[in-house]
Design a protein around this ligand. Structure first.
Ligand SMILES: [Fe+2]
Length: 276
């Protein structure tokens, strides 16, 4: 069984025609690629920065774009989203809120559980306050034996692309670490935000950050002065991508995928022989 993760869609409207066209074309490419996977994923999680400016019109545009998906889509929020505008358009079973109004929910899909967290806290930084952390703790307590993927828009570890990374002493990182440490059922933390694929470890768990469906961040790991622009490239039109999560009942495994049309290189015409 597989679930696809798309992230950082940054859907917008004709107010921003350049980004609208590019981001929608790339999202369509990703959705086509996901629908062509064998086997077809049973669900899609869209892990935040669903739209670019948090406007209702953008969520309506997203709804229109996703209307012909044959795979159910679950939604999480990122720092470009607006909780109020999102819920106005997308409230319902695919994006529920917790008792405090945060877009947080758990959903059992086949043998696994997906726990969607809300790290939205305004432009370019995440947060996870005590109330949200308490919800996560309670939610993880409810199913300690189900292989679980935790969805967080903001990765809790640095990517090395400094202008996007969290401050190392941010209190929300400590709160999250306290909740996640020792949770044997958590197999992976699936993130977005960095618009680039990378992996690491947080609180003993694999962090898997997926590439964006919209444009990617340039892989530049050098020091940057946040107050002195130096003309460096920061975004690049590398191909759109997504992640694929596979669950065999016990393990969760992630694949990072590029969308697009690629010619087959070799086909299976003779029996396989195991390579020792
Ligand atoms: Fe983003």
């Amino acid at each position: 069984m597989t679930i696809a993760q798309i992230t950082d869609l940054h859907v917008t409207t004709e107010k921003d025609p350049l980004n609208q066209q590019r981001n929608e074309d790339r999202l369509r490419q990703v959705m086509k690629s996901i629908h062509g996977l064998r086997p077809r994923p049973v669900a899609i999680i869209a892990s935040g920065d669903l739209v670019d400016r948090g406007e209702i019109e953008e969520y309506l545009e997203l709804q229109r774009l996703m209307a012909d998906s044959e795979i159910p889509i679950y939604y999480a929020l990122g720092n470009h989203d607006s909780r109020e505008a999102f819920l106005e358009v997308f409230g319902g079973p695919f994006a529920r809120t917790d008792d405090n109004g945060f877009v947080q929910y758990a959903v059992d899909i086949g043998p696994m559980r997906m726990v969607v967290c809300d790290t939205l806290e305004g432009p370019n930084h995440g947060d996870y306050d005590e109330a949200r952390a308490a919800w996560l703790s309670k939610t993880l307590d409810e199913a300690p034996d189900r292989p679980t993927a935790v969805i967080l828009h903001h990765p809790p570890i640095p990517s090395g692309i400094q202008w996007m990374d969290p401050e190392p002493d941010s209190p929300w990182l400590g709160r999250l670490e306290a909740v996640l440490t020792g949770r044997q059922q958590v197999k992976v933390l699936m993130c977005g935000h960095i618009h680039r694929a990378f992996n690491g470890v947080f609180a003993g768990h694999l962090v898997s950050a997926a590439p964006a469906t919209s444009i990617q961040l340039t892989l530049d790991l050098t020091e940057v002065d946040m107050h002195v622009p130096d003309g460096r490239e920061i975004l690049v039109e590398e191909p759109p991508g997504y992640a694929l999560l596979m669950c065999d009942g016990t393990n969760l495994t992630t694949h990072l995928c590029l969308a697009g049309e690629y010619a087959p290189a070799v086909t299976y015409n003779f029996p396989f022989r195991k390579l020792a």
